[in-house]
Design a protein around this ligand. Structure first.
Ligand code: ASP
Ligand code: MG
Length: 454
């Protein structure tokens, strides 16, 4: 069971989480804990302030974090509370030392950042561990590294060395589980082969949970958060949006990419290989069974409609592009060398233009780079940009080999008078994505939700 930041973000939250663990403690169980609330963001801010020489402001942020974490002590049985308070104090003392180092050096490397971020999960896990202990459960706290998660040294977005991780996790957690001990593990953080603290990328606690689940051959991995499951659409946009009962791994990956729930993009890899089901559940509505992500999936062609805002369109065109091998490679190469991520691509068979969707913040940088490198050459005659757009995506693996879905998608959108600027569908047919004006996005989502009776 992994508990997300909002689930452990208050006294009631920690109490509720602890009761849920207790309820299931007759089974072999591993608990993974995320940082409380927005702690990770606040640690990033504090570190940035220290690096910029703003010591007082940085220290004030740490003070706020300390007060917030101390307020949670109330959730913990008085018998063990003092011990936990001491642990919190020593963690904060250590955090302050590290941040003072950043301030003195005016230097914040990705490696130091990972160490700083690790305090978020170490603090929250200390509290949850204390609370579970107070309930009389046989628990043992471990950092991700201590639990056996080994990564490369790509600080900030470290990749687990999967085989080594599985081996170590099994070796370390296996005997505890046999003895009836519940390991309580910090999410998000791990260690490289030299023992330096690394992090798995934002939202990485999900990944911690699925790695451990795969290592110990868990029956299921439960990701507890503050939503009822993966939704058919964003409930803020569509009144009738509902949680899905079951989705396939492929569909869940599509949804994660569209931010349907902030799931770590690689989190499903470990469990998918082993066919271990993942359940998304709500700590605030624990009687609800949530969404199961697994091999099968509930019937229905289209499962969900999603939207990505804040994107820009670039169109590169020129008659000289027709029939010329290597033009696409050059275009993508230019963007890759600037570290610009392409979200969506479309080229018609006439080959006289290629359209791409990038994040709005990258739009002008991308266009400038393409102009600089490609204009004046033989192939490309024009680079155009367009802002104020969004991507709408229809997701569902049932669309595969099924004629007529695209017709319904574009028919529904057309009936609302919405113009479609660009379209892409990969041959996996899990997803049809198209681009419309930003102000038309929500309307398009609603039209599709209705069309497919979601
Ligand atoms: N605390 C980390 C983050 O906010 C990891 C997580 O929440 O899963 O990104
Ligand atoms: Mg988080």
């Amino acid at each position: 069971m992994k508990f997300g930041g909002t689930s452990v973000g208050s006294v009631e939250g920690v109490k509720r989480v602890s009761e849920l663990v207790k309820l299931h403690s007759d089974q072999e169980l591993v608990v993974v804990v995320s940082a409380m609330g927005d702690t990770t963001d606040r640690l990033i801010e504090a570190a940035g302030l220290m690096e910029g020489g703003k010591r007082r402001e940085g220290e004030a942020k740490v003070k706020e974090l300390e007060e917030m974490h101390r307020s949670i002590l109330e959730a913990i049985d008085p018998k063990v509370r003092e011990g936990v308070r001491k642990k919190l104090s020593s963690l904060f003392e250590e955090l302050r030392m590290v941040l003072t180092g950043v301030y003195l050096l005016r230097e914040l490397t990705p490696r130091s950042m990972d160490l700083i971020l690790s305090f978020g999960e170490r603090l929250s896990t200390t509290l949850v561990h204390g609370s579970l202990k107070g309930l009389g459960l046989n628990v043992r706290m471990l950092t991700g590294g201590e639990a056996g998660i080994v990564t490369d040294s790509n600080f900030g977005e470290a990749r687990p060395l999967v085989e080594a991780t599985y081996h170590q996790v099994r070796r370390r957690l296996g005997p505890m589980l046999k003895k009836g001990v519940i390991p309580v593990v910090t999410g998000f953080i791990a260690a490289d082969q030299d023992g330096a603290t690394t992090t798995l990328g934002r939202g990485g606690s999900d990944y911690t949970a699925t790695l451990i689940g795969a290592a110990i051959d868990a029956d299921e991995v439960w990701l507890w958060s503050d939503v009822d499951g993966l939704m058919s659409a964003d409930p803020r946009m569509v009144k009738g949006a509902r949680p899905l009962k079951s989705v396939s791994y492929e569909e869940a990956i599509e949804m994660a990419a569209f931010g349907v729930k902030g799931m770590h993009p690689r989190a499903l890899e470990p469990v998918m290989e082993k066919g271990i089901p993942v359940r998304i559940r709500n700590t605030f509505n624990p009687d609800f069974e949530g969404t199961v992500i697994g091999k099968g999936s509930e019937v229905g062609t289209v499962k969900a409609v999603a939207m990505v805002k804040g994107v820009g369109l670039i169109t590169v065109s020129g008659a000289g592009m027709v029939g010329m091998p290597g033009v696409a490679a050059r275009i993508f190469g230019v963007l890759a060398s600037r570290g610009i991520n392409i979200r969506m691509i479309s080229q018609s068979v006439s080959e006289s233009n290629i359209s791409m969707i990038v994040a709005a913040k990258d739009l002008y940088r991308a266009a400038n780079a393409l102009e600089l490198e490609l204009l004046g050459g033989r192939f490309v005659k024009q680079v155009e940009t367009e802002e104020g757009l969004c991507v709408v995506a229809v997701i569902g693996s049932g669309m595969k080999y099924k004629p007529g879905i695209a017709a319904r998608v574009f028919g529904a959108v057309a009936r609302r008078g919405i113009n479609v600027r660009m379209i892409a569908q990969g041959s996996s047919e899990n997803n049809i994505s198209f681009v419309v004006k930003e102000e038309d996005g929500e309307e398009a989502v609603r039209a599709l939700h209705e069309e497919f009776n979601l």
